[in-house]
Design a protein around this ligand. Structure first.
Ligand SMILES: C[S@@+](CC[C@H](N)C(=O)[O-])C[C@H]1O[C@@H](n2cnc3c(N)ncnc32)[C@H](O)[C@@H]1O
Length: 276
């Protein structure tokens, strides 16, 4: 891939999805797109750049973004967040859910669903009847490919090994009927969770406020300007005293113009009396 071709691809990835690729990632970008060239039968990067820049190439642009995203995830990644949910967040939420209140949780940049299902398992341990109450977990991502895996809720032994044994037995003991060596999530977990394609840079078609938002290891791929536009949007999508969890190398800066209070490592809480 030439520097000019890289400039076209990286500027499209930035404009469409907020993704930032420094020149040092040129080889990575090129290797991630080789398969797209093969699948579109386009023989060189010049023609590919022209195609994804054209109005006819809109669908391919979506597939290009999908190929360029980093989808690494694991169950109970950054486990201190799930411990915090267990001790500081879910007991109160469970009381409110049992009293008939609406509880909404969002895993934004959910990848293949391991984050959303880890939240779900943690919740079901405290509120086993959650799936029959007004409790929902929204799992969203820009990449349609990972959403298919998430919706299916089917994972192999290696992926499931990060789940504590007891929970694994309880929630992933059901061998997949279609994929050998894989196990599917328990129906309660599946029915708690809804997967939806959503680009964080665009309008969020969501109604009502969330009690908890997880957006972890996603904005790290964006530049400061894009990140800074997102913090107030997350704030406004949360209910008063709602919680925001970010990834280990992400921070809501002091200058973010939000009412978030830092309540633990990479954990933020919206003020009880929102200013906006
Ligand atoms: C590294 S994964 C993080 C998965 C999970 N949150 C975790 O921490 O394990 C980052 C995810 O963000 C998604 N993503 C990247 N840009 C996005 C955008 N503009 N809108 C929504 N999702 C995006 C990617 O497709 C990818 O699945």
């Amino acid at each position: 891939m030439t520097p000019d071709q890289f400039a076209i691809i990286s500027s499209l990835a930035h404009k469409e999805a907020g993704l930032v690729f420094p020149v040092s990632k040129s080889a990575l970008v090129s290797s991630r797109l080789v398969k797209r060239l093969r699948e579109t039968s386009i023989v060189n990067f010049d023609d590919y750049c022209q195609f994804v820049s054209s109005s006819d190439g809109k669908n391919e642009l979506r597939l290009m973004i999908s190929a360029l995203t980093t989808n690494i995830s694991s169950f109970f990644r950054e486990n201190h967040h799930f411990e915090f949910l267990k001790t500081d967040v879910f007991p109160d939420l469970a009381r409110r859910a049992k009293a008939g209140n609406r509880i909404r949780i969002w895993s934004a940049g959910c990848s293949v669903g391991m984050e959303a299902y880890s939240i779900g398992m943690t919740l079901l341990e405290i509120l086993p009847q959650a799936s029959s109450l007004d409790v929902k977990i929204l799992a969203s991502d820009i990449d349609p490919k990972v959403l298919i895996v998430g919706k299916n809720g089917t994972y192999d032994e290696r992926q499931l090994s990060a789940i504590p044994q007891e929970l694994r037995k309880k929630y992933f003991d059901n061998p997949s009927s279609t994929e050998l060596g894989k196990f599917q999530a328990h129906p309660d977990l599946l029915s708690l969770t809804t997967f939806r394609e959503l680009n964080l840079l665009e309008k969020w078609p969501i109604s009502g406020n969330f009690d908890i938002i997880f957006c972890r290891n996603t904005v790290i791929y964006f530049d400061d300007k894009t990140q800074n536009k997102l913090w107030p949007r997350f704030q406004n999508a949360l209910a008063p005293e709602g919680w925001l969890f970010v990834g280990h190398s992400e921070r809501v800066p002091e200058t973010s113009n939000t009412d978030f209070e830092n309540r633990g490592m990479t954990i933020y809480r919206r003020s009880p009396r929102p200013t906006t």
